[in-house]
Design a protein around this ligand. Structure first.
Ligand SMILES: Nc1ncnc2c1ncn2[C@@H]1O[C@H](COP(=O)(O)OP(=O)(O)OP(=O)(O)O)[C@@H](O)[C@H]1O
Ligand SMILES: CC(=O)N[C@H]1[C@@H]2OC[C@@H](O2)[C@@H](O)[C@@H]1O[C@H](C)C(=O)O
Length: 395
């Protein structure tokens, strides 16, 4: 037999290791920074065991955010800018990984692989683009080859395309991690992530994976963040200070909740391509609330986030003794969490499951990378039965 080339040999050797050291990277729709989770993994599938060894979010500088904003969720963009950002973000994320490793005093060559989500630039499920001849589509940039070459570490990236190729919408991928790490027989659980967009996974007590449901439910923080940027020159509503200083306008709230997205059957996905300030202005026009004071707008948008989550769960997951575990930056938004607590008895953040709520999505990508390298496709109802991710070698 011919020897494997060095890249394939390395891949084979890593796949055989009983314990792997993995970096999971997530750069979400909030554009707040890069989440870096250093984990160790052993096993795969339902036997997966992981430990979070280190976690950091490295905030993006304002200059970087505004560059990305130029192409983010925009129908029309400067194609040169997009091309430049694809290479730049890959290499920049590589630099941030090296910074984090140096801070933790960990040598890059002790990391087996990086699993990188990249930066979503445009999410276009058919429900949004409505062009019969085109499939579901999504675009994440920050090419894995640049990360691999910059860090010298094998990189797995671009996880969402296979999900679409196999019939999905490319999201939410949380399902795969939530089933492997968050399921407990005998307990009705929801794992709710409130990031830029809110999504949830329902894990039934009877262990029936055909009944697992994972879907986006509506805006998480994206509208509140956008209103804070426009009216208060702030990146977000820290500790709900603005929302708590305003009043919820119920006419506007009703108009926001009347969007057909909320009546569509789950699973479904969405993004800031739909939930943006133009959508809010349209609802303000419908409800004749264009003159609303900005703090009332932030209150109403915060109530919109909470109410759309509450409505979805009440309409779709009618089970007794439901336990809800929240993650994502929205878990730190007191206004939203207070409303959720009024609606549901049993709600905590995912740290009570031993899962760091800020790190959960970065851990998810580390886990998906582990599956890509040494897992088997698993059956989860009608969800695509695939292993996702593309391999980039450092040499
Ligand atoms: N102290 C706080 N008070 C209020 N809101 C907060 C606080 N801390 C974080 N947030 C919210 O959380 C957001 C960041 O959330 P997160 O990092 O989960 O988003 P993301 O990973 O970009 O999202 P997605 O899962 O949609 O890709 C901030 O933009 C802000 O809206
Ligand atoms: C296309 C895209 O980037 N979607 C994100 C976004 O952020 C939250 C929600 O919308 C979710 O569907 C998804 O991310 C998580 C990690 C997921 O796929 O589970």
């Amino acid at each position: 037999m011919l020897p494997l080339n060095q890249n394939l040999q390395k891949l084979f050797d890593i796949a055989q290791k009983p314990v792997k050291t993995v970096i999971g990277l997530m750069s979400g729709t909030s554009l707040d920074g890069l989440d870096i989770a250093l984990c160790s993994f052993s096993g795969h599938g339902l036997q997966t065991q992981y430990k979070l060894l280190q976690f950091i979010t490295i905030p993006y500088p304002e200059g970087f955010k505004s560059e990305v904003q130029q192409v983010f969720a925009k129908k029309t963009v400067d194609l040169e800018k997009l091309t430049l950002l694809n290479a730049y973000i890959g290499s920049y994320h590589g630099e941030l990984v090296l910074q984090a490793l140096s801070k933790w005093d960990i040598a890059p060559d002790t990391v087996d692989f990086i699993a990188s989500h990249g930066q979503t630039i445009y999410h276009a499920p058919k429900r949004l683009h409505k062009q019969a001849n085109y499939p579901n589509a999504t675009l994440q940039i920050g090419d894995g080859d640049h990360l691999a070459v910059k860090t010298g570490i094998l990189t797995i990236s671009d996880f969402r395309q296979k999900h679409i190729a196999a019939g999905g919408e490319g999201a939410p991928l949380a399902l795969y991690g939530d089933v492997l790490l968050g399921h407990k027989p005998g307990e009705e659980r929801i794992l709710l992530n409130i990031g830029g967009i809110a999504n949830l996974t329902y894990l039934p007590a009877n262990n029936d994976t055909t009944n697992v449901l994972c879907t986006d439910v509506g805006p998480g923080n994206t509208l509140v963040d956008a209103a804070c940027r426009r009216y208060f020159n702030k990146a977000f509503d820290e500790d709900s200070a603005i929302a708590n200083s305003g009043k919820v306008n119920h006419d506007l709230l009703t108009a926001l909740l009347s969007h057909p997205f909320f009546l569509e059957a789950a699973p479904k996905t969405t993004g800031p391509e739909l939930f943006n300030l133009a959508f809010v202005e349209n609802a303000q026009q419908q409800s004749q609330t264009k003159e609303l004071p900005p703090e009332d707008l932030v209150s109403t948008l915060s109530a919109f986030t909470a109410t759309s989550i509450i409505n979805f769960i009440k309409a779709n997951i009618q089970v007794d003794n439901l336990k809800i575990f929240v993650s994502g930056g929205g878990a730190r938004n007191p206004f939203v969490i207070t409303q959720l607590k009024l609606a549901f008895e049993n709600i905590k953040d995912t740290s009570s499951l031993g899962i760091n709520p800020d790190a959960k999505e970065a851990i998810l990508f580390a886990l998906l990378g582990n599956e890509a390298l040494c897992g088997e496709p698993i059956v989860l109802g009608d969800n695509p039965k695939v292993l996702m991710g593309k391999f980039s070698f450092a040499v």
